[in-house]
Design a protein around this ligand. Structure first.
Ligand code: UD1
Length: 340
């Protein structure tokens, strides 16, 4: 298939592009490069020996995106483009709602104009409502779309609802909502990886930047949670496993809308990650415990059984693999991609 990949130059998008090309698909990337790099695309081309068609365009600009895609043919869409910084979304809510919602609406219209029915959407575990007491691992039947603590998270939940409503009006639409847990790691070559602009919000890029000496120490957000060592527990999934989940989702598309968790089913604490990363990299990761971050929960771990069962997909890489690959990326590219 020829697949339109929005946000294909970003951290997750570049790994998805690589996996699609290796599976024999053609890839058309649409990206505005506001938080991504052309170099990522070039490196995926080098790694795969395949070329990627690229369109630079802001998907939230209806006239521009519809014109840019007018003469393009594609069989399926994987929609990753969007803004994703939680703190920034609290400070700039209208920018987040406008960008993340309007781009999905435009894309759904463009798909209808082109008669394209296949859609894989990049959602997030953040759509789940706070887990009820006694619920350890979240499955897709858990309540979602209430109690979300920031506009970024709301845009994911609202986009899920928009896709469901558009599918009701266009029953031939085949959509999958992939609820990512915490993507980490990099391609094992260390040629592509996560290159956040500014100070990283997420744990793993912060840890790798401490290890390489770009930051002095990690602030651990709270150590009094009811977890095995008091620090927050998450389900860290290797980005190559996550990327393979998109391929499995494409293969599993059928009319309707289905949500799937992409996670490992295992929980790791902040201190577990610090230890695993130190062991994998041979670098000390200095840290200091500070107050909890507002909006954080003690634990968020997937039940990935539905994706295992219905998509034939499961995460196979370990947290040690992810730490090793993150370090390969960070140590070979201490300042990320050039020109960023
Ligand atoms: C966060 C977002 C989530 C988003 C996801 C991917 C919040 C509340 N949630 O998830 O909506 O989908 O990123 O972008 O922001 N930690 C530290 N020190 C740090 C950074 C993180 O101790 O400098 C801890 C956190 O408290 C948490 C864990 O590390 O326990 C993971 O944090 P992070 O990587 O930001 O992911 P989430 O909070 O799970």
């Amino acid at each position: 298939m020829r697949i339109l990949l929005t946000g294909g130059a970003g951290y997750i998008g570049s790994h998805v592009a690589l996996v699609l090309l290796e599976a024999g698909h053609d890839v058309l990337v649409l990206d505005d490069f506001s938080n991504s790099s052309r170099e990522a695309i070039e490196r995926v081309e080098e790694l795969t020996g395949r070329s990627i068609d690229t369109i630079e365009c802001d998907l939230a600009d209806q006239a521009a995106s519809s014109a840019a895609l007018r003469d393009e043919a594609f069989d399926a869409v994987i929609h990753l483009a969007g803004l994703k910084a939680v703190g920034e979304s609290v400070a700039q809510p209208s920018r987040y709602y406008r960008t993340n919602l309007v781009s999905t609406l435009n894309l759904l219209d463009i798909m209808a104009e082109h008669g394209v029915t296949k859609l894989v959407f990049s959602s997030s575990a953040t759509v789940y409502s706070p887990a009820a007491e006694g619920v350890l691992n979240l499955d897709e039947s858990q309540p979602s779309g209430t109690g979300i603590t920031n506009p970024y998270g709301w845009t994911k939940a609202m986009n899920e609802q928009i896709i469901r409503d558009v599918q009701t009006g266009r029953p031939e639409l085949e959509a999958v909502l992939l609820r990512y847990f915490n993507p980490v790691g990099a391609h094992p070559s260390g040629r592509i990886g996560e290159d956040p602009a500014g100070i990283p919000n997420n744990l793993m890029p912060f840890v790798t930047q401490v290890a390489i000496g770009r930051r002095d120490h990690l602030a651990v957000f709270g150590d009094q949670y009811p977890t095995h060592d008091g620090t927050g527990v998450r389900d860290y999934i290797h980005v190559m496993d996550l990327a393979e989940g998109h391929l499995a989702a494409l293969d599993g598309l059928r009319p309707g809308v289905e949500a799937y968790n992409l996670g490992t089913g295992d929980g790791q604490s902040v201190l577990d990650i610090v230890k695993a990363f130190s062991a994998a990299s041979g670098q000390e990761v200095r840290y200091e415990v500070v107050a909890p971050r507002p909006g954080d929960v003690a634990r968020a771990v997937a039940d990935p059984a539905k994706a295992n069962r219905e998509l034939g997909w499961r995460a196979t890489r370990t947290i040690e693999d992810a730490c090793r690959d993150s370090w390969a990326w960070q140590s070979q590219n201490p300042n990320g991609y050039a020109g960023r």
